[in-house]
Write a protein that binds this ligand. Structure first.
Ligand SMILES: Nc1ncnc2c1ncn2[C@@H]1O[C@H](COP(=O)(O)OP(=O)(O)OP(=O)(O)O)[C@@H](O)[C@H]1O
Length: 265
């Protein structure tokens, strides 16, 4: 699990004549965690899809340790880069164990079964995500948060040095949100993670990349990026930014005002 250096160079995505991602350049150093933030529709998922080869950039390149991910055999990329996507529909017959076992596929030849080493990795990933008790439950019956933890466990079992995570915490309760991001940090992997919760992003990420309308509008440490001016410009909200006394990272509080119709932020 050697962390890779991930580089997007002038990546643009145009679909049906509409530019969804516009000339994005982002260098993520080996072992660095970069948060991708920005409003709904800003292009976060679209950019991430070019990283794990779900969507070919119209122009520009995505490089992992200097190798163009779009020129690499898929299996080789999957041994180096794991993606945690938003909830995936599973086959109704698959158990939680089966879903996590898929993380081992890039490391096997066709028709190879799981050996003892694979089983230990799969069970270790299930235990790490608090899912050992659900190992033989049908994936489709799980709650949204449980499913999300299964997808994280699958990426963990994939044993890659680089991870791309698209809103990995959106279904998780507070404790599991912290656990999931703690895990990413603990692993020491290179990670690009799309997050909506700016406080969480600021607490866990080395740097934040702010996308708006498909383009990077700010890139830097959380302290440099999370400012009332940026929040007003990008999210069109009035907010105060203080320093969290525990984490020493920026903390956003929306300014709310009372009207006869209730609270309006
Ligand atoms: N295949 C497509 N064809 C046309 N437009 C698309 C396509 N896929 C995405 N879009 C549009 O591209 C824009 C960016 O979408 P994307 O999912 O990347 O945003 P996002 O920043 O991840 O948003 P969210 O925070 O809501 O998840 C949106 O306006 C979306 O409607």
């Amino acid at each position: 699990m050697t962390p890779g250096a991930l580089r997007a160079h002038q990546v643009s995505v145009v679909v049906s004549g509409k530019a969804l991602v516009r000339a994005v350049s982002l260098d993520v150093a080996a072992g660095e965690v970069v948060g991708l933030v920005g409003p709904n529709g800003a292009g976060k998922s679209t950019l991430l899809r070019t990283f794990y080869r779900a969507l070919r950039p119209t122009s520009g390149h995505v490089l992992l340790d200097g190798d163009d991910v779009w020129r690499m055999p898929g299996k080789r990329l999957a041994r180096r880069l794991a993606a945690v996507l938003q909830e995936t529909a599973g086959d109704f017959a698959l158990t939680v164990y089966d879903m996590v076992a898929m993380g081992r596929t890039p490391h096997k030849r066709a028709f190879d079964g799981d050996d003892a080493g694979d089983r230990a990795i799969i069970m270790g990933a299930l235990e790490r995500l608090g899912l050992a008790g659900l190992a033989y439950a049908p994936f489709d019956r799980l709650s949204g948060g449980e499913k999300q933890r299964v997808l994280i466990a699958r990426a963990l079992a994939q044993r890659c040095g680089t991870m791309v995570l698209d809103e990995p915490t959106n279904h998780l309760d507070l404790r599991h949100q912290l656990d999931a991001l703690d895990l990413v940090r603990e692993l020491g992997v290179t990670a690009v993670v799309a997050l909506h919760d700016l406080n969480l992003a600021a607490a866990f990420c080395d740097r934040l990349c702010v996308l708006n309308d498909g383009a990077v509008v700010a890139l830097g440490t959380p302290r440099d990026v999370v400012t009332p001016a940026l929040l007003a410009e990008v999210y069109r909200v009035q907010a105060d930014v203080t320093t969290n006394p525990e984490t020493r990272t920026p903390q956003v509080t929306l300014r709310a005002r009372w009207t006869e119709r209730g609270v309006v932020a």
